[in-house]
Design a protein around this ligand. Structure first.
Ligand code: SF4
Length: 342
């Protein structure tokens, strides 16, 4: 139900979205009670219970909340950020490092899993806390690439001429200031064997004001072809501001791809996946991977079976051109590439 105060909060969010991204983050919602009040959902609608204070706390900016359906406890955006008591269930096969990050660390914050590519854990900060995040237990305090102004990771990449592509990940790399990102890429630009840069980020979708002129200038100035992998899971995550951010990123020269996670209650049906692929394409983004859930502790309630994922992909192939059907993939710790399931 939308109450008068919720409606007022709803209108205010429109104004919040006009603020610079840093201010929007300062105003982000950080409590379960506030989030449910803003979206007009009664906590009693979650009989299994909620977690008021989690070590991986609730974080969601108003720009994302604005796209949630009011009064709907099953809203697919709400379910991505709401800490349900189900997170406390201990489940066999789930752990704190489901994709083997620790074993792949070559320098603090530099992971080398796949041939030719190095991944930087550039920051532990994000625009949003996704309850299914496979790095929700990552020891960011000890393993950050941005320490000492990137010196250790730049040295490690310089010393390995097999690395031709650097991936900025996290956390979310666009949580860093653009000046800090530029200091990194200025140093990487001196490494002759680098040929590509990739960013994995949820910022342009979650808080599109992050795509400001300073960020676009940085991307346009980069000396390599750049791909940006968005992590949108549902068509409802797109609105006009997100479309504008995607258009601006493409105009700055970035190739836009998307990888989603197959999440129970969020996008685990063919209709929703079809809507996502079509909405991505309308925004100028190609579907790339649909990931099976990485089995991280606290996220078991999101798991969808591989069999169900395969059926969805098969049905998508009947409905969409091949370039709009993502590959169903799974990351297996220790393997030299993602495993393509379908
Ligand atoms: S934005 Fe990415 S890294 Fe951050 S919590 Fe969400 S899934 Fe995890």
């Amino acid at each position: 139900m939308i109450t008068a105060s919720n409606a007022a909060a709803h209108r205010m969010q429109g104004n919040i979205e006009d603020l610079p991204w840093q201010q929007q983050m300062r105003l982000a919602i950080r409590s379960v009670d506030e989030l449910l009040a803003v979206v007009g959902v009664d906590p009693g609608q979650f009989p299994e219970g909620l977690i008021a204070r989690s070590p991986f706390p609730l974080l969601v900016p108003h720009s994302f909340v604005y796209r949630m359906r009011r009064g709907d406890p099953t809203d697919p955006l709400l379910l991505q950020v709401l800490p349900l008591a189900a997170e406390r269930l201990q489940q066999a096969g789930f752990g704190s490092d489901p994709v083997g990050d620790a074993a792949a660390e070559r320098a603090p914050g530099l992971l080398h899993k796949y041939a030719g590519r190095a991944l930087l854990i550039s920051t532990g900060a994000c625009a949003i806390h996704c309850r299914y995040c496979f790095r929700r237990h990552y020891p960011y305090a000890e393993s950050l690439a941005a320490k000492q102004d990137w010196a250790a990771v730049v040295d490690a990449i310089s010393a390995d001429s097999s690395i031709v592509e650097v991936l900025l990940s996290g956390g979310d790399p666009l949580s860093l200031s653009t000046a800090k990102l530029r200091r990194l890429t200025d140093q990487l630009a001196a490494i002759p064997h680098l040929r590509r840069l990739r960013l994995h980020t949820r910022w342009p979708v979650v808080l599109p004001a992050r795509v400001d002129s300073e960020l676009l200038d940085w991307i346009a100035d980069l000396p390599w072809p750049v791909s940006i992998v968005l992590h949108a899971n549902h068509a409802q995550e797109f609105d006009t501001r997100v479309d504008q951010a995607c258009t601006a990123l493409r105009s700055a020269g970035a190739l836009l791809l998307n990888q989603a996670v197959l999440l129970a209650g969020v996008n685990d049906c063919t209709d929703r996946q079809q809507q996502l692929s079509e909405r991505l394409f309308a925004a100028g983004v190609l579907p790339y991977y649909l990931h099976l859930l990485d089995r991280v502790s606290g996220a078991g309630h999101f798991e969808v079976s591989a069999t169900r994922g395969e059926a969805i992909i098969d049905q998508l192939r009947q409905r969409l051109p091949g370039y709009l059907v993502p590959r169903l993939a799974k990351e297996v710790a220790g393997e030299g590439s993602k495993r393509i399931v379908r």
